[in-house]
Design a binder for this molecule. Structure first.
Ligand code: PRX
Length: 598
């Protein structure tokens, strides 16, 4: 375990600004002190002392029956408890605008459950969903969970290689996709994939294809397709990147619901009449844990907006739907900040009551922008694909320190530890680690026990891969990743996958990929490339290489910058030294070069 590479990468001025803020934290505390109100987490310290996860279980019928199904708890339960007529989903995109009650979603997810049953999907089978946001995506995803399948949502921008890697590793049995996206699924190379359900458009020729629309029309809507499972049975697989190797399948079980339910109350502060909008796509964990499960476990009206980001579109979505609670990401807030301020004047955002952020460090400037311009302090939350739900957060009832991620949720022990698992005193930087065992923790990495165990290499702890420190009031301050994982525009990208793809291009001899600090996106992807003999740098070649990554991997993996070098820094064993590339980029000392080849 080495912290050094991550610490080298840190932008010193950023650390200084954080410490500065810390010293003067009190000033901001007063400016941004919470307004009075009836919050669900009224007394953090008291709740922390007395809280027990077993109490949350009592909300759900499985505490008495022993049987569970997430799809039942998010949809059917509300119908049974008399909330059937309430609006569950407010969907819109440039061409569609529809709303669905819990009762309607119950019927539709029953139908899709029957469809999956008819396709021989059984408990534990993997059903993947690869499509843009639409009501059908949510209906398919919950229908698959209803029959006990493990769902795997894939972001719509993925290209062939990225899709293949995930379907292959998970041995997916059924894929739900659209007529447009099917071109990116290499069916011939996926022998385990038995059926492909096509949503919309005509059905391609071939035995594997099934039409979603016609199956749904004939499927029964009764309850009989629902499969009751155990708390520890698998529910969802989210593929995410590490710094080495292929993307890993993070496996979550139904049990995660108690933490998703409770954090949606404490942190999102969801109440019965809220209209909630999470801007994340279900291809990423935020888009499921808090785009589906958290809000619907609480029976709240959930806004889903399809299509791409633009300041007008987003402010318009807030206004039109009277959104009260809004969960988004620093990159999006920074893009809104960068937009012409007069745009904001066109919209009435007075419905908004609470704003939150996740995925990357939330800069103090953004928190202040929220306070001054949106009229809301933006509440940061910290968690990971692997953690399944929020772990360190800011709460409506607690003061915010701009630049800090907040404090651990009650029921979770977080700490800053050294390489041996010793807890470090306030202000000392170390591994951000969590005491092993919280309800929504991943239960395995699919097909890769070795990778799973690496997270628990320090006995008793889950080690996040983030470097942070804690202040004496218990607030946590993010300092950087201590591996090479890149967070760009809130998305997590593994450099290895991009490097591997780059060297497949005929002109590329060697490639090293790093994150370069960027004001809006947090980081952008930067590639260092050496060319094969016979190739020379041209602007077209650069564009061609970028296009190659875009069409083979995905748009979000494209290096926005490429620097061409005669030679890349490597260890004697031939490993590209990203640490040295980062030092070059940041004009910082490269540190110990003893392992570098001559
Ligand atoms: O480095 C941390 C960063 O995002 C990583 C997890 O990425 P992912 O699994 O894609 O999940 C993102 C959304 C749940 C973390 O290891 N990260 C997440 N939240 C924050 C953050 N960095 C700083 N501040 C945060 N609030």
């Amino acid at each position: 375990m080495k912290l050094t590479s991550g610490l080298n990468f840190l932008n010193i001025s950023y650390i200084i600004s954080l410490s500065y803020l810390n010293l003067f934290g009190g000033v901001f505390l007063r400016v941004l002190s919470p307004t009075a109100g009836n919050y669900q987490l009224q007394n953090y310290e008291k709740t922390k002392e007395s809280f027990n996860w077993n109490d949350v279980k009592k909300v759900f019928s499985w505490s008495t029956t022993g049987k569970v199904n997430m799809a039942h708890e998010v949809i059917d339960r509300h119908v049974e408890e008399g909330r059937g007529k309430k609006t569950a989903l407010l969907y819109s995109d440039a061409n569609r605008e529809e709303s669905f009650s819990f009762e309607e979603l119950k019927k539709l997810t029953n139908q899709s459950a029957h469809m999956f049953r008819n396709l021989s999907v059984e408990k534990g089978d993997r059903v993947f969903i690869f499509m843009p946001r639409s009501p059908e995506l949510y209906v398919a995803l919950l229908g698959a969970i209803k029959v006990g399948a493990v769902v795997g949502p894939l972001f719509e921008a993925f290209m062939k290689e990225a899709v293949k890697a995930r379907l292959e590793d998970s041995e997916a049995k059924v894929l739900v996709t659209t007529r447009d996206l099917i071109a990116r699924v290499p069916l011939d190379e996926l022998p385990k994939l038995e059926k492909v359900v096509i949503v919309g458009g005509d059905l391609p020729e071939g035995e594997k294809f099934v039409s979603f629309d016609s199956e749904m029309k004939t499927a029964s809507s009764d309850d009989s397709a629902k499969v009751w499972v155990d708390l520890e049975d698998g529910m969802i697989l989210h593929y995410t990147s590490g710094s080495t190797g292929k993307p890993k399948g993070v496996y979550h079980v139904h049990h995660a619901m108690i933490q998703q339910y409770q954090t949606a109350k404490w942190v999102l502060d969801l109440r019965e009449d809220d209209i909630y909008w999470c801007t994340a796509d279900p291809g990423w964990v935020t888009g499921t844990s808090y785009g589906i499960f958290g809000p619907w476990l609480n029976g709240v009206t959930n806004v889903v907006r399809g299509g791409r980001f633009s300041p007008d579109d987003w402010y318009g979505t807030l206004e039109k739907n009277n959104v009260t609670v809004w969960y988004s990401a620093p990159t999006a807030f920074r893009m809104l900040m960068a937009a012409d301020p007069s745009i904001l004047k066109k919209y009435d955002l007075s419905s908004v009551r609470h704003v939150l952020s996740v995925g990357e460090p939330l800069n103090p400037e953004v928190v202040r922008w929220g306070n001054d311009v949106l009229n809301h302090r933006i509440h940061d939350t910290w968690w990971m694909t692997e953690t399944g739900a929020m772990l360190i957060c800011n709460y409506p009832s607690e003061p915010i320190k701009p630049g800090s991620m907040g404090k651990p949720i009650p029921g979770v022990d977080a700490a800053i530890i050294d390489d041996h698992g010793n807890e470090l005193p306030p202000y000392e930087m170390g591994h951000l680690a969590i005491k092993k065992g919280w309800p929504s923790m991943m239960r395995k990495i699919w097909n890769n026990d070795k990778k799973y165990n690496e997270y628990f290499a320090i006995p008793g702890w889950y080690v996040s891969g983030d470097t942070a420190y804690r202040d004496e009031e218990g607030y946590f301050w993010f300092q950087g990743r201590n591996d090479d994982v890149i967070m760009t525009a809130g998305e997590r990208v593994g450099p290895f996958e991009i490097e591997s793809k780059l060297v497949e291009h005929p002109a590329v001899a060697e490639a090293g990929v790093i994150g370069k600090p960027d004001e809006v996106r947090g980081h952008i992807i930067k590639a260092f490339i050496s060319l094969r003999t016979g190739f020379e740098y041209t602007e077209e070649l650069e564009k061609e290489i970028q296009q190659f990554i875009k069409t083979e991997l995905s748009a979000h993996a494209v290096p926005r910058e490429i620097e061409f070098k005669d030679k890349l820094p490597k260890t004697r064993s031939g490993k590209i030294m990203r640490r040295v590339l980062k030092a070059w980029e940041l004009n910082e000392p490269a540190g110990d070069l003893s392992t570098m080849e001559d």
